[in-house]
Design a protein. Sequence first.
Length: 273
Amino acid sequence: MKKKLPLLLLSIFIIPIFALFGCDEISSYPVLVYSSSTIYGSVTGNGTYDEGSTVTLTATVKQGSSFIAWVYQNSTQLEDGNVYKIANTTNSSEQVEKSTLTFTMSASTQGSYTAVFSDNKMMYVKLSSMRVTSTPDVDGEEDNLEKDPIMAANISVLQGSSSTNLSTAYQIENAEIKDNVNIIPENVTEILRLSTTQDRHIRANAQFVYNQKTISITFRADIGYQDNTDWIDGNNYRYKIQYADGNYKVIFEFQVDTDQSYYLVLNYSNLTA
């Protein structure tokens, strides 16, 4: 009995220590891979991966199409960099026919990835420009240094699958606004995936300073695939959506004086290579 007691005591102390420190489990995460159109391209790489392992996803073009971009969680266009490595193979026409996306598995890289291929029913769009104008039916202009500003503005554009699930696409602060001059966003990676069955939501939080008067408005719009709408009333504004040739205009009309209206125009364009 005396010889068994030390072994019993040893097991009481040692086993819990192994349980706490010696049996760490490696976390694993799911990766879901989709093609924007199985008619135009296929994908591989779906599965569950251990944390720290290397994930490789491939997108292969089918005849008559080309690869456009990798999109994460239907909202962010991925770029080649520190987190993600993108290697593309092009054909004689410089079109991407195969793309490989590589990254290290972690909690922040789990989720869904979509390979976007060119097709005539493109549903992925990105904010390409915006402007404030008195003439919304006239195309926007490049900046003209001789043109005087009409107002100053802070504008933040948010977008997402619903009014409660939004991310910031672009914002400007203390910007001098010239009538009908395009503002070209830089480094925009936020994407909208439009739908034929469920509208997506755009919100623009705006503050305009016009003739020493500050005007604050929250613009809201719902947008669907290839929408063309009549004017829809909002709170101190109205809006409409125009679609043509892969480009969407979201036009918000607002008043700065009783006899003066301006329009905030957001231009969204189909993703292109």
